[in-house]
Structure formats: structure tokens, C-alpha cells
Design a protein around this ligand. Sequence first.
Ligand SMILES: [Zn+2]
Length: 444
Amino acid sequence: MQLEDLVALCKRRGFVYQSSAIYGGLQGFFDYGPLGVELKNNIKNAWWREIVHLREDVYGLDSAIILNKSVLNHSGHSDTFHDILIDCKECKCRFRDDEMKTKNECPGCGCADLSQPREFNLMMHVNLGPTHGVHGVLRPETAQGVFINFKNVCDSFSPTLPFGIAQIGKAFRNEITPRNFVFRVREFEQMELEFFIKRDQADKWFAYWVEQRVAWWKKIGVTNIKLLNQKPQELAHYSSATTDIAFEFPHGLEEVEGIANRGDFDLGSHTKMQEQFDIKAKVKENKDSVDKLCMHEDGASFIPNLVETSSGLDRAFLAVLASAYCVEKIDESERVVLKLHPALAPIKAAVIPLAKNRPELVALARKIFTNLKACNIFPVELESGGNIGKCYRKHDEIGTPFCITVDFDTLETNKVTVRDRDTMQQIHVHIDDVVTFIEEKIRL
Ligand SMILES: [Zn+2]
């Protein structure tokens, strides 16, 4: 499968569109269509359920997207969050130094007339208020919102270690060259957990979270993954260990999630009175913060360590689609089918009357559809009927796990035909049992 096949399917069936397309588009921005938003929400819900709802030790958060620039100053982003940019003087293109395939050669036109490499900060800035007097920054990661709310959560809930704070939300990076569809974009969504621990338990919890996260990816159907341990010289300055979960995308093996042992860098950077604590990480002096980000135990105050799990939702979306995409030969023809885990499928069932010119079938199909909708458990769709083969193909392509056909027998027996997307097998189910039948199969 090529990336282009997925891009075409996404546009054709209403998963993802290029943003601002009617005005020529805007590079690195995408809009999620009616089915895309459902799939994306289902991935988010699967993550939130696993990380927040099924646990007793993690709190949820939804913090603001625009931050005071001091947050990014003390997080290290203002000084270090950049790529190395090179300009081609011939074709005027700009690229990152790691995109050069041959040394001193423009990847666009091949010439060697290049500018000196220079640092390019990836943060996006906004002016706030009528006089543009206040300077805000679009967050480059959701994690900072967690650190600046650490004391709020501690004051409200008095948690004891270990505990975590999780957040899903948009983040922004001014990528030099957005590419590979929704993989590298300028506006994206992250799913991040910051898990606070005692210093001497960091290794244990790091290993625990690597194992947990691998299991989650496999559970949602993303099985073609590898673990990449970053070598000591590749580690960011704040991290003592990082493991990437990488997925074999159509464009290559790339990271979908990073698990990092960040020590006491983050809370140590944002706390006031740093000198009162035994901070191990190399942190910038902080005279701006007005709060101590510490915990108290047995009469002592200390800054907790943390393990972070950070994944990109848009990358997860692409990995889920790529894992589910199949082309199968049936007799003389081909069918494209998205074998999504039923819990992730945008539409769980389609109700199809066998013939659209028979009012009694159409009416019964609508009645079944209305009943399924009324139980408010899963999204369903009603087809107008007619060409049943065409309906099957469409729902195979968008990953609908069940097609429910209403035919003349249904009028007599009150039984519908339920077709399974993956096996294409058909069974008869009583109208009263349809909800339970589907509900059981769409659980994660
Ligand atoms: Zn060039």
C-alpha cells in the first residue's frame, strides 16, 4: 500500500481534507471530515479510558493552548526548540539539514549554492489584545500545561506519589517542511501523560509505562511496531532514558510515541526557590515563578521525578488507518476494506432495506434504524436501499463492522441479516437482539 492510497481514501470517503483548499490550501494543515472526526474521537476515547478512567492514579486536564512566554522560556523551548534551516540561493527553497541526501546539495534542485545553516525556532507566536501589547505563544506540546497546573491539582486533590496528570489537545510547531500527509503537520493533537514518581523508582516506572503503552497500541490494532531505545548521545538534555514506539508507515519506520524518563527537569525548571531543593537536572535559574512545585512527605519537601508518555493523535490516526487498510480479491473483482477494531470504526452498523421501491421494507428499516439510534450507544447509518453490493463496498471502505439488511423474510420472521465486514459471513439475528449483538462486539 502507498501513502497516496490512504490519502485518496481519506478524501473520497470524508475522513481528511486539505485545509483551506478552496483558496489554494495551507501547507501543514488538515481538516478532519465527518468520518475522520469520529475515528479520531474514538482513538482519543480509547486512550483516555485506558490512561484516566480505568486507573485510580491519573487526573485529567484540559489547559489553555496559548501560554505566557515565561512558560516556554523556563521549559527550555525558547532556547533549544529549533531545527537547523538551510536556504537554497538558486531555487529559493528552504529545508532542514537532515533532509539533505547528499552533503552540500539542495534536495530541490541539486545545486550547491546554499546558505550557512542557521537555527530556526519552531514556536508560533500570537499578539493579544487591541494594542497587540501582550505576547502569547501557541503551545508546542501539551505537557507544559500539566507542569504549570501541578500545584493546582495537588492543592485540590492532595495526591500521593505515584500519580499522573493526562491531557489531550492541540499543539503547534512551525515545521520547515510539513510532509507525509497528517504525519508531520504544523497543527496537531497530542495525547500526553506526565507520571510523577519518587526518584529511586524511575527505572521501574519507565519500564512499566513502555510495557503498558506497547500493549495499548496492539489492543487498538496497531501491531507492526518496534521499540527504539535512544542512545545516550541522542537524548535530549532533560532525559536520562527515552524509548520510542515506532510504526512501519507507508513512508517508512517512524515514531508514534515516546516514553521518556525526564527526571526532575520539568518541575525543577518551573519551581520558585530552586536552591531549596536537591534538583539533579540542569535547570535555568527561575526568578519568575511564584509557586513551589514540590511535594511533602515525612516532614521533607522534594521535587518529584517524572516519566512521560507522549503520542501524536494524528500519527495514531494514520497508523490505525494504515494497519486496517486491506485490498482483497473476490472472484474477479477487488474490495478495499478497512479492518478497523470495531471500537474505533466511525459507524458501527448500516441498516439497508433490500429494495428501495418497497415502502414496507423501507419503513421497517427506518424503524430498526430509529431504535438503534435511540439507545444512543453507537452511531448507525440508514441507507436508502437498492444496490446492496454497492452499500457493502462503501461500508467496507469506511470500516463499518456490520451491515444489517432488511428483506422480505424480515417482514415475516422479524429477523435481519447481519453481514460481518471482515469475514463477509451473514447470520440471522432477531430484531430485538440486534443492539446486544453489536454492543458485545464493539468493546475494546
Ligand atoms: Zn535548490
